[in-house]
Design a protein around this ligand. Sequence first.
Ligand code: NAD
Ligand code: LMR
Length: 329
Amino acid sequence: MSNAPVKVAVTGAAGQICYSLLFRIASGALLGPTQPVELRLLEITPALKALEGVVMELDDCAFPLLSSVEIGDDATQVFDGVNLAMLVGARPRSKGMERSDLLEANGAIFTAQGKALNDHAADDVKVLVTGNPANTNALIAMTNAPDIPHHRFNALTRLDHNRALTQVAQKAGVPVAEVTHMTIWGNHSATQYPDLFHTEISGRNAAEVIDDQAWVEQDFLPTVQKRGAAIIEARGASSAASAANATVEHMRDWVTGTPEGDWISMAVPSDGSYGVPEGLISSFPCTVTDGEYSIVQGLEIDDFSRGKIDATVAELAEERDAVRSLGLI
Ligand code: NAD
Ligand code: LMR
């Protein structure tokens, strides 16, 4: 990567995720210790004053890699020439709300932002959607950006991936770094399928090491699937620092590559792999080389996993049909 600043757009910049995310990006956690970054921050008009306060704090960190910060409420200006776009801004779920309730509220944001990226972003733009419902918002943005290749639109399931790694490490009593080859399949929602059957603990099959199917079904799966709601219940607000961390890790790995011999979970437009209908933005095991991801091929899917993958993919298809009927795609 050259030493010219990389232009990184972030939306929802005055929100709680960004209060962690922006400082991680500016400190070098995203693109490494030698790559300058230019932050381009989008907010809605009433939040611009709060965003000015966040920018004052960024200034007060004197980050050597932060070359400049621009803020605004006009996506066409903020997205001008951006290389990376992290779409975080959306209304978060509050207690008792399901993600489906958010489809309509948040869908309009992603049509406008998809169009603005299409017309103004750099040719090499990579777009990662964190704002919920993340998979379907990414589908809306992608569909509204016909000139940007589909594979440049991803959604975030890395937080689910990280949650699953820790649950497995704690159950097995091993350091989290010993847990590899985790896969989240499907939607970033309570239907997601965290797959233990291809996961490894110190190079051995995790399902065999743990050897406790009751724990898998009654503890592991629901804990990971409902972790977002559990955090909302406990904190009174949705996950923020861990979501920011996952957003950084996904984009970092997409730009700089995945660890040798392992894979990560990324929600990407399906090419039909593993029976997931083409075009749905669904989470798969992926590796990244030279800035391009590939879906890991050839994993055996048993009947248990097949049923779980089919259920979460069916939810994605329902969400797609709902936003289609709302005229958003
Ligand atoms: P927040 O309410 O603190 O911040 C959201 C910000 O987005 C607000 O400042 C709001 O003004 C702004 N915003 C709203 N519409 C916008 C628009 N059109 N353009 C630009 N900015 C806009 O919420 P948060 O806690 O930071 O969460 C942000 C989103 O991330 C929510 O949708 C939340 O559900 C989601 N989330 C996703 C994951 C994941 O793993 N995918 C994890 C946690 C949270
Ligand atoms: C999460 O997984 O923490 C977020 O997506 C918040 C939510 O609404 O579940």
